[in-house]
Design a binder for this molecule. Structure first.
Ligand SMILES: O=C(O)CCC(=O)C(=O)O
Length: 263
C-alpha cells in the first residue's frame, strides 16, 4: 500500500490522513493480543492509571516480535518514506489504551519532547497510529488541531515535581498553554480523528493533539509507530531506549506474511 496524491496533500495541509482497511480482522486480533500482553509487563516501560491499570507502554517493538514486525510493516513504512522523502527509523513506539474512565492526555506535540529531550533536530517525522478498536466520536478519539504543524513548536515545559510519575514521565512534559490553545483553535479549528479498527493514521509529529477521558464502556486500543527520516536522528540519550531510539538504521519493510497468525 502507498498513499494517494490526495492523501499526501491532506497530510501536508491538515497534518494528518487516515487510511482505512489497512489491516484485516485476523491481523487486528493478533496485534491486540500482543499489545494486551505487553501491557501486562511489570516494568517501568508501562505507564499506569492511579488504580494501577496500564494506559501506555513504550517501546513495544523491543518487547514483542509481532509488534516488531508491525514496526517494519510495508503498509506503515512505505507511506512514511513517501511522506518524508527518505528511509526511516522508529524513534518511539507505544501502545495507548484508553480504558473506561482512563486519564486525559493533555494538549501536546510529540515533537516537543523528541526535540528538547531526545535531540531530534528537525520537525520531520510521522506518527503512525494503528487503530485496533473502532475509534468513534464516543470513545475518546484523538483530537487534533488541523494545520497546527505549520506553526512549529508551540508547546512549553509543564513541570510539576510533586507529580507521582515526575522522574519517569512528567519531567519531560511539554504542554500547550490555554492561551496558545485558544489561539490555535480560533485560527484552525479542532477535529476528531476517527476510523474503524484496521485503519492507519499518518500524522505529522508537530500536530497539536490530545484526548479526553473515555466515559463510554468501549475500549480504545491504539498503537503508535513514530518514525523519522534517517537524516534526522536523536542526538542525546537522556531517556531509556524504550522512549527514544538507539537504532537508527533504515527499516527494511516486510509484508504481512511475517506475522505469525495462528490457525
Ligand atoms: O492515546 C491518546 O489519546 C493520545 C496519546 C498521545 O498523544 C501520546 O501518548 O502522546
Amino acid at each position: 500500500m502507498d498513499l494517494t496524491e490526495n492523501q499526501c496533500q491532506e497530510f501536508r495541509d491538515r497534518g494528518w490522513t487516515v487510511a482505512p482497511s489497512v489491516f484485516n480482522s485476523d491481523e487486528v486480533q493478533l496485534l491486540s493480543d500482543a499489545a494486551l500482553q505487553v501491557l501486562e509487563r511489570p516494568g517501568p516501560e508501562v505507564g499506569r492509571e492511579a488504580d494501577g491499570s496500564p494506559h501506555v507502554s513504550w517501546g513495544m517493538h523491543l518487547f514483542d516480535e509481532q509488534l516488531a514486525v508491525l514496526c517494519r510493516h510495508e503498509d506503515l513504512i512505505n507511506p512514511s518514506k513517501t511522506l518524508l522523502g527518505n528511509d526511516v527509523y522508529v524513534h518511539q513506539s507505544r501502545i495507548n489504551i484508553k480504558q473506561t474512565n482512563g486519564s486525559v492526555v493533555a494538549w501536546h506535540q510529540d515533537f516537543g519532547t523528541y526535540h528538547r529531550v531526545d535531540g531530534v533536530p528537525e520537525p520531520r517525522g510521522v506518527m503512525i497510529g494503528v487503530f485496533l478498536d473502532d475509534v468513534t466520536e464516543v470513545n475518546a478519539p484523538l483530537l487534533g488541531v488541523p494545520g497546527s504543524h505549520k506553526e512549529g513548536l508551540v508547546s512549553t515545559a509543564s513541570l510539576d515535581p510533586t507529580s507521582p510519575d515526575f522522574e519517569e514521565v512528567s519531567k519531560y512534559r511539554y504542554d500547550i498553554t490555554e492561551q496558545t490553545m485558544a489561539r490555535l483553535v480560533n485560527e484552525y479549528g479542532l477535529e476528531t480523528i476517527t476510523g474503524p479498527a484496521g485503519s492507519v493514521l499518518f500524522m505529522d509529529m508537530t500536530v497539536v493533539h490530545g484526548s479526553t477521558v473515555n466515559i463510554s464502556p468501549l475500549r480504545r486500543l491504539l498503537l503508535f509507530v513514530n518514525v523519522c527520516p534517517v537524516d534526522n536522528r536523536g542526538e542525546t540519550y537522556e531517556r531509556a531506549e524504550y522512549y527514544a531510539a538507539r537504532d537508527f538504521s533504515a527499516i527494511v519493510p516486510v509484508g504481512s506474511e511475517e506475522f505469525q497468525i495462528a490457525g
